[in-house]
Design a binder for this molecule. Structure first.
Ligand code: ADE
Ligand code: ZN
Ligand code: ZN
Length: 260
């Protein structure tokens, strides 16, 4: 098989739902988190970040980590998009994946960004990756069960189409809502200062556990083969919106600590 044929095959299969290359929150979700984070940055952080990203915004760079998935040179970063560990254990009780995971990935990004010696080029790369991974961390099923690949193996129907539980949370609900990322970001819940502070509280690991406890509920929210639609949206889209907003606020917290 020559490369062109493989690419054609990938393109064809990726248009069939259920066989697609996963995109995590999907473009819109990641951009919402980036856009919300932007509005919580200090002026100093904004300036430093704009310099590193050469003027590109957080929403714009938020899907870079998905874009590079099709480039073999970046394959080592694929396991950084999620973390799976037993629901009744703490992270680290079982040996974390040697290939890396979402937690190790975020730690590495922060480490490079805080370094006095890392070249600007590396900082730019790891900043783009960080924006994406903090988004992924807030998709509950990215802290799901390894056995079913975070719900990827749980086939369901989304209205009249074949899908899977992971995909419903990554993209189906957000796409169904039919709002742009700016509209979703601009219409995020209005929060009081104390509500924002409560969201900012804790660290990456605390937020991982929060996502994991949501994941437990997500697993009980649907049965294999079930047809999900209006009612599922009604029950679960508020959680999606809230997770995207928390992701944005917490990303800004991390960035303000590094660049602010
Ligand atoms: N592959 C394996 N586990 C996964 C998860 N939790 N999310 C996305 N992809 C995965
Ligand atoms: Zn995903
Ligand atoms: Zn991802």
């Amino acid at each position: 098989m020559n490369t062109r044929y493989i690419i054609l095959l990938l393109l064809l299969t990726s248009s069939i739902k259920g066989f697609s290359i996963t995109e995590d929150w999907g473009k819109t979700g990641h951009r919402v988190t980036g856009e919300i984070a932007d509005s919580y940055l200090t002026e100093k952080a904004k300036r430093n970040i704009a310099e590193l990203l050469k003027g590109q915004g957080l929403a714009f760079v938020s899907i870079y980590a998905d874009e590079i998935k099709s480039d073999d040179r970046y394959r080592v970063y694929s396991p950084w998009h999620y973390v799976n560990f037993s629901f009744d254990k703490k992270y680290g009780e079982d040996t974390p994946s040697e290939r890396g995971d979402l937690i190790q990935g975020i730690q590495k990004c922060i480490e490079v960004l805080k370094s006095d010696t890392a070249p600007a080029e590396d900082k730019e790369f790891y900043l783009k990756m960080l924006v994406h991974f903090v988004g992924d961390l807030h998709q509950p099923l990215h802290v799901g069960r390894g056995e079913d690949k975070g719900g990827n193996d749980i086939q369901v129907r989304w209205f009249n189409d074949g899908s899977n539980l992971h995909r419903v949370w990554d993209t189906e609900m957000i796409d169904y809502y039919k709002m742009s990322y700016t509209e979703l970001a601009n219409n995020a819940d209005e929060l009081s200062l104390s509500e924002v502070e409560a969201i900012e509280k804790g660290d990456v690991l605390d937020w991982v556990y929060e996502s994991q406890s949501l994941a437990k509920k997500v697993y009980t929210s649907a049965n294999v083969g079930e047809k999900l639609g209006y009612k599922y949206m009604y029950n679960n889209f508020p959680t999606v919106r809230s997770q995207l907003q928390k992701g944005g606020i917490r990303l800004a917290k991390i960035l303000n600590e590094i660049f602010g």
